[in-house]
Design a protein around this ligand. Structure first.
Ligand code: ZN
Length: 62
């Protein structure tokens, strides 16, 4: 839902925004035209973060 008004974190324009949550608790807002890109960015970040956590968990156990 694009229900927040403010500056898009991707294009910096003042628009209606949707929130994207990162798994570390942070979040960014994107406008409709940046939404696809934002989704990819957030997914990549979260995938990396999960991989990193798994690696750290493994090194703790070994
Ligand atoms: Zn934007």
């Amino acid at each position: 839902m694009f229900n927040t008004e403010g500056n898009c974190d991707w294009c910096n324009r003042h628009r209606l925004l949707i929130r994207h949550d990162y798994i570390d608790g942070k979040y960014n807002h994107s406008c409709e035209s940046c939404n696809d890109l934002a989704k990819i960015d957030v997914r990549l970040f979260n995938t990396d973060e999960i991989a990193l956590r798994n690696k750290m968990a493994e090194s703790l156990h070994s």
